[in-house]
Write a protein that binds this ligand. Structure first.
Ligand SMILES: [Fe+2]
Length: 366
């Protein structure tokens, strides 16, 4: 990958593919003190006010710098490495490749909470691990004064929902969600009826005196890939049909239409939604519905199978952070008479973790 010059034009060459870099693109990146505020890295000029026919009058390329004089009289000296970085997009979390896992996953990457944790290199490693596996467990996180709120806000900002800034998970009378009972919870994703769906869920164990109530996780990415390979027709219909997810209580009606398996612009895995108590398929032709119901049954079997599920007990101080767009979570049943089981939960979004990760990468020059 390199920068080349030809007839007062700048080219970007990568694996034999050569493309001209638009002069306006370079003009927008003029970054001396008159054009960019060094503290915020924000432009001091409005590029929409520049003349349309920006051209290059003079150009010079050395091993480290590209010097350009534009036809509006502006001169700039840009670092080659900075330009190349924009094409490589190395900062993007998409470059952290996802590790598919199933029930054979044994070594979870646990990270011990300590002082100044959020500005520590250890936090960078934890976030990397989160993007690889879709979850991470923090140990010894303080359990007093709803510390989960401070924890979440030290990575980014809490995503408040109608369950509040955070929620307490323990069995309670007249629950408005099955989470607040001692019943087992099959693997599901949270809040599929919300737009946008909260990206990340945190669950912090405050007390756990019962022998059951184990936490379960399933990698929706692994299951999706399995379905794609073994049951392509099922994969196809679940990536195509939008179903209505809904949540209703006395004060709100939340609805959103989405595919159970959502793909990105390149037809790669993006997100799963699964909560078979809350989904409503539209009325379609009988044949299509036959296929849809068979597909939903199959994916439910896979999500619930022992082959893909990991199970573990959270101890007081453990904070589980999981990707709600990728992973499914659940809980085994427990006997509320055995003692207390008290978890606190909240949501944050990807911009928090991505922003923190990029900040720490910059801070430690990683
Ligand atoms: Fe849940």
């Amino acid at each position: 990958m390199k920068i080349e010059l030809e007839d007062n034009k700048v080219f970007f060459e990568n694996h034999g593919l050569k493309k001209e870099i638009h002069p306006f693109w370079l003009r927008e990146r003029v970054n001396d003190d008159d054009h960019v505020d060094k503290k915020t890295q924000q432009r001091l000029f409005d590029p929409t006010n520049l003349k349309d026919n920006i051209k290059i009058d003079n150009i010079d390329l050395s091993s480290k710098f590209l010097e350009v004089k534009f036809n509006d009289g502006t001169f700039t000296k840009l670092e080659i490495s900075t330009i190349l970085k924009e094409f490589l997009n190395t900062n993007d979390v998409k470059h952290i490749s996802k590790t598919q896992w199933d029930s054979s996953l044994k070594d979870f990457n646990n990270f011990k909470f300590k002082k100044n944790f959020f500005e520590n290199e250890e936090m960078y490693k934890a976030l990397q691990s989160f993007y690889k596996f879709g979850f991470v467990i923090f140990k010894n996180v303080p359990t007093d004064n709803n510390y989960i709120v401070d924890f979440a806000n030290s990575i980014g900002s809490i995503r408040r929902t109608n369950f509040g800034e955070f929620f307490n998970v323990k069995s309670k009378p007249n629950p408005n969600d099955l989470a607040y009972t001692s019943l087992p919870l099959a693997p599901h994703t949270d809040n599929p009826y919300r737009n946008p769906v909260p990206c990340i869920q945190m669950l912090h164990c405050i007390e756990n005196e019962v022998s059951g109530g184990h936490s379960t996780l399933v990698d929706g990415f692994t299951v999706t890939e399995k379905l794609k390979k073994s049951f392509p027709d099922y994969y196809k219909i679940l990536t195509e049909i939008k179903v209505r997810f809904q949540f209703i209580d006395h004060s709100v009606v939340l609805e959103d239409w989405a595919e159970m398996i959502q793909l990105d612009e390149n037809d790669n895995f993006k997100q799963v939604r699964f909560s078979p108590r809350l989904d409503f398929v539209p009325l379609m032709d009988k044949d299509k519905l036959d296929l849809y119901y068979a597909a939903r049954k199959k994916i439910s079997e896979l999500y619930n199978s022992d082959e893909f599920r990991i199970e573990f007990k959270l101890s007081p101080g453990d904070l589980l952070m999981m990707d709600n767009h990728r992973l499914l979570h659940g809980r085994t049943t427990y006997d509320a008479n055995e003692g207390k089981r008290f978890l606190q939960g909240c949501y944050i979004d990807y911009d928090s973790t991505e922003g923190k990760l990029k900040h720490l990468k910059r801070k430690f020059n990683l």
